[in-house]
Design a protein around this ligand. Structure first.
Ligand code: UFG
Length: 356
């Protein structure tokens, strides 16, 4: 099938684009490149040997999105990754988060209706479970919009919009995938996570310390009620996550459904750092700091529904993720930036030569 990826130049989008192509599908990408790089698409093309059409536009620009879809008709499905994703930023600027995230989802659904596209897979998040007490988290664990931050609320609200849209349109298949903590990179070292500025999340922070770009990892609390006192998360390799999208799309049936995508295995901050030290063969300086406001002690999922219904299971370990992140980070210490600059400089000099 032909699949439109909104936000397809981002971390998870680029890995999913590659997985879809490898599974025999065609992909087209819309991305405003506000938190991603066109270089990611160049690398996906390099790895797959297939051209990936890219529209650089805000997903909320409905006429542009519609024209792009029409130019690549027929489009069979959408995977909607586009959105703003920094928790702290969402607390500081909630209106922008509601505007961007809800506006993007609504624009995508409107274009889908106009162009008769009947399947959507949406990037939701484990954050919709908030401070749930019962672990592991299953799809029936309590959620609500009464969550800690506006980012998480937008994810939960978009799930509700999809559910309503699917019940109003009996032909629509809508699937929300609740990601746990995506980590890792493509084993080639060509695509990976490239956060702008200082990373908020643990794995990219550790990777930047390992490469010498940051001094030490701050451990946000070592007094939690966990085996070693540090927070535990369910870290899922981005290749497993990408495979989960392919499985969801291939399974899509009319109606709304939701799946956790995680490993089911809790890993602590100290365990992740130790795994990274093994992968990189160097020690990572750390410093224990206070707890980060809003953090839960432990979060991990019951992934059995995705196993049962989608025939999907996460097969990669935290060691695999650290090894692949290290390969990506050590080969691309400045992320996509330096390669993109080199490419622009090269095409600029070619243009110059041609014009002379
Ligand atoms: N941590 C540190 N030091 C750091 C960064 C993180 O000790 O520099 C710890 C955190 O306290 C937590 C664990 O590492 O225990 C993981 O933190 P991340 O920031 O990597 O991930 P979170 O679980 O906090 O965030 C994830 C998603 C968000 C989502 C959030 C909801 O990345 O998109 O879950 O809880 F909103």
């Amino acid at each position: 099938m032909r699949v439109l990826l909104s936000g397809g130049a981002g971390y998870i989008g680029a890995h999913t684009a590659l997985a879809l192509i490898e599974a025999g599908h065609h992909v087209i990408v819309v991305d405003d490149l506000s938190n991603s790089s066109a270089e990611a698409i160049v690398r996906v093309q390099q790895l797959s040997g297939v051209a990936v059409p890219l529209l650089v536009a805000d997903v909320r620009d409905e006429p542009a999105l519609r024209a792009f879809v029409q130019a690549h008709s027929p489009v069979d499905a959408v995977i909607h990754f586009a959105g703003a994703k920094a928790v702290g930023e969402s607390v500081a600027d909630p209106i922008r988060y509601y505007d961007v995230n809800l506006g993007s989802a609504i624009a995508v659904l409107k274009v889908m209706a106009a162009e008769r596209i009947s399947a959507i897979v949406f990037s939701s998040s484990a954050t919709v479970y908030g401070q749930s007490e019962s672990l592991p988290l299953s799809e029936s664990s309590p959620t609500g919009i009464d969550l800690a931050n506006p980012y998480g609320k937008t994810k939960r609200i978009i799930e509700a919009i999809l559910e309503d849209a699917a019940s109003a349109d009996p032909g629509l298949a809508a699937i929300a995938l609740r990601y746990f903590n995506p980590v890792g990179a493509h084993p080639s070292g060509l695509i990976g996570e490239d956060p702008s500025g200082v990373p908020n999340n643990l794995m990219p922070y550790v990777a930047r310390v390992a490469v010498g770009a940051l001094e030490r990892v701050g451990i946000f609390g070592d007094d939690y009620d966990t085996p070693d006192g540090t927070g535990q998360r369910d870290y899922i390799h981005v290749l497993d996550l990408a495979a989960g999208h392919v499985a969801a799309l291939e399974h899509a049936r009319a109606g709304y459904d939701v799946f956790n995508l995680g490993t089911g295995v809790p890993v602590s901050v100290l365990e992740l750092i130790a795994a990274f030290e093994r992968a990189a063969g160097r020690s990572i300086p750390t410093e224990v700091l206070g707890r980060r406001p809003g953090d839960v002690a432990v979060s991990y999922c019951d992934p059995s529904k995705a196993g049962r219904v989608l025939d999907w299971i996460a097969s990669r370990t935290i060691d695999d993720a650290c090894r692949d992140t290290w390969r990506w980070q050590s080969r691309n210490p400045a992320g996509y930036g330096s390669a993109a600059d080199r490419r622009a400089a090269a095409s600029g000099s070619q243009l110059g030569a041609g014009a002379a």
